[in-house]
Design a protein around this ligand. Structure first.
Ligand code: ZN
Length: 627
């Protein structure tokens, strides 16, 4: 997954106090599909009715859960907290005794009499929009008149003992709705009056339910081929500001470049991109970014972003999600493979799953000519700057393994920063050792061929294995900077390819100074303020903004912690020439800034070719950047 602009990202970090999962043994007599249904025509108060029929159960008690954690998020989601009016019903239509034993778990007694379970599901976007703890929105759910984000793990639960049973899912919805899903469709039944359609899908096991999100409602859908992959782009833009048609060209160019970059790699026949663009209405989600699945990704971004800014962000974010097909979707450890949605254990290798993925999402853009050399260097320097505000001495393997707990959880964002830089250094080391021939992509492709989707690696052995495949210097780097907590001296690696870092005037945007945020959320006061960095941003400095000024209103919109990500997502996309009107609060007095945007600069570290770059360095640089 990937987060975009983290201003006030909040998530439940308190570990629920539930004991180890109880083993219910293997004494279920039958292995029928679990029949489930979601009815979008019977929504009440933004809640959807869900029915689960497990077939005949031969146990006295059975445990039913909704996921506490879903794959790819590395945080607690507690989907059980969105379930209401849980009822277990017997074959005579009477309610059976059941007990909710924790946020996500129900025990059903006299389970041999259980015919079905019925409950109502509340959506997560609504809860997130009020500032309460909620799942990261790309993994969340939306129930709204004209849009349904069906991340199915938020609707459909599992029985501890039946996780490998197949599932049948009926989704009933208005016939006028568009619908996209990568889940295998079995049949479609239209009501007599033609107004309602029930679509039947099937999934081979619970994992496939969680791995195949759907979108229903008034969507805009475009399909196109990239090589032999069919791309299905579904866009929901509540105010019709963007559309699948307007974003298609960018997505096509990006996916084509990714495919060229990856070369011969077994991939999927179809890949779905679900883009939910959040408006400014009540109930709109506030956490932006995306979450990966094997054959799809769900992206949530602010609708108000200008087209060019949104396209740039979509390239960074969607390409990241697509590169996840290498890892963890293909190359992963047992922790990922045998994922427990209630009490997961975590792999030590977020440097690979998120770090390398993020690195590939950057290097492929220069490799394939989507961005200039200068833009690529700036992206890497931004990562170095952002990483400097996080704990640089924390062991990455230790952080990964304990990612739900503090102080590790609050450093999670570093997987996209230092994690990507770890990938960059490994790539440079490999290029240097192999005379430019081999890079980190080759290593990952080799691992993918060896392991692949169906075979996990041993979490404690994979680094040794990579070192054995490559060079001792790679092992040294892992020991010092991935397992160990020694900060990386990036100049040492840049020097190998003839690059140097120099203090210089750098063009920047209106939210960051070359990657360093200039605003911060004050959670207690519920406001967003400029921080000390604001004086180093030429535009805001000249406009008279000062540290600790509260940003009260931007272009007529009141700024709060709840809408901060949306508002500053828009500011992030501002371009010179735009007229802005910003009201600040300084010591209780309003300060008005009414100006036309000029290009903003900051003093910072600029990465570029050294004037005395040698031929050998230049050759290695070319191999690194252009394969
Ligand atoms: Zn990711």
């Amino acid at each position: 997954m990937k987060h975009f602009l983290l201003i006030c990202f909040s998530m439940a970090l308190v570990l629920a106090s539930c004991g180890p999962a109880k083993s219910t043994g293997n004494d279920l007599a039958v292995n029928n599909p679990i029949e489930t249904s979601i009815n979008l025509t019977e929504v009440k108060d933004d809640k959807v009715p869900v029915m689960i029929n497990p077939g005949r159960i031969t146990l006295d008690t059975v445990v039913f859960r909704l996921p506490r954690v879903v794959q790819g998020t590395y945080a607690i989601s507690d989907f059980g907290s969105f379930i209401e009016d849980f009822q277990a019903i017997d074959y005579d239509g009477k309610e059976l005794r059941s007990k909710k034993i924790d946020t996500n778990t129900w025990v059903i007694y006299e389970a041999a009499n259980l015919e079905k379970i019925h409950y109502w599901v509340n959506d997560t976007f609504d809860v997130e929009s009020t500032g309460q703890a909620a799942p990261f929105s790309p993994s969340g759910t939306n129930i709204e008149e004209d849009n349904y984000v069906l991340n199915l793990h938020g609707f459909i639960g599992y029985f501890d003992s039946l996780k490998s049973n197949s599932y049948v899912l009926d989704v009933t919805a208005a016939a006028e709705f568009d619908r996209t899903s990568a889940l295998q469709q079995v049949e479609e039944v239209v009501s007599e009056d033609g107004k309602v359609v029930t679509t039947r899908y099937q999934a081979t096991r619970y994992f496939d339910i969680t791995d195949n999100p759907m979108m229903y409602g008034k969507l805009d859908v475009e399909e196109f081929m990239v090589g032999d992959i069919k791309i299905v782009l579904s866009v929901y833009s509540p105010n019709k500001i963007h559309s699948a048609t307007s974003l298609k060209e960018t997505m096509f160019k990006m996916m084509e470049a990714q495919k060229n970059y990856l070369g011969d790699l077994n991939s999927t026949e179809r890949y779905d991109i679900y883009v939910y663009l959040a408006g400014k209405n009540a109930g709109a989600p506030t956490g932006f970014g995306a979450l990966e699945h094997h054959t799809s990704t769900v992206v949530v971004m602010p609708e108000s972003m200008p087209k060019e800014g949104l396209e740039k962000q979509l390239i960074d974010i969607v390409s990241h999600e697509f590169f996840h097909i290498l890892s963890p979707l293909s190359v992963h450890s047992e922790d990922v493979h045998y994922f427990d949605y209630n009490q997961p254990t975590f792999s030590k290798h977020l440097w690979m799953y998120e770090g390398l993925t993020e690195y590939f999402a950057n290097i492929f853009q220069i490799d394939q000519g989507l961005i200039s050399e200068e833009e690529f260097y700036n992206k890497m320097m931004n990562k170095i700057n952002t990483a400097s505000s996080l704990d640089d001495t924390m062991s990455f393997t230790e952080m990964s393994e304990n990612i739900l707990e503090q102080p590790y959880a609050r450093n999670y964002y570093n997987v996209y920063q230092k994690g990507a830089l770890i990938g960059m250094c490994l790539d440079i080391i490999l290029r240097e050792e192999s005379n430019g021939e081999v890079g980190i992509l080759s290593v990952m492709k080799e691992l993918s061929a060896k392991y692949g989707t169906d075979q996990p690696f041993d979490d404690d052995k994979i680094i040794e294995e990579i070192v054995a495949m490559t060079y001792p210097s790679v092992g040294e780097f892992f020991d010092n900077h991935v397992i160990g907590g020694t900060p990386i001296n990036y100049s040492k690696y840049f020097e190998k390819v003839g690059l140097g870092i120099n203090e210089s005037k750098i063009e920047t945007n209106y939210v960051q100074n070359a990657g360093k945020m200039i605003v911060r959320g004050d959670r207690e006061a519920g406001v967003v303020k400029f921080n000390d960095q604001v004086v180093n941003n030429s535009f805001w400095n000249e406009a008279g903004a000062q540290p600790n000024d509260i940003i009260k209103n931007i272009d007529g919109e009141e700024v709060s912690m709840e809408n901060a990500n949306a508002v500053f997502g828009q500011v992030f996309g501002w371009k010179p020439g735009r007229d802005i009107r910003v009201i600040l609060l300084r010591d209780g007095e309003e300060v008005l800034i009414e100006k036309t945007l000029t290009t903003s600069y900051t003093m910072g570290e600029l990465l570029g070719r050294n004037s005395d770059i040698t031929e050998a360095q230049q050759a290695l640089l070319e191999k690194w950047l252009k394969g």
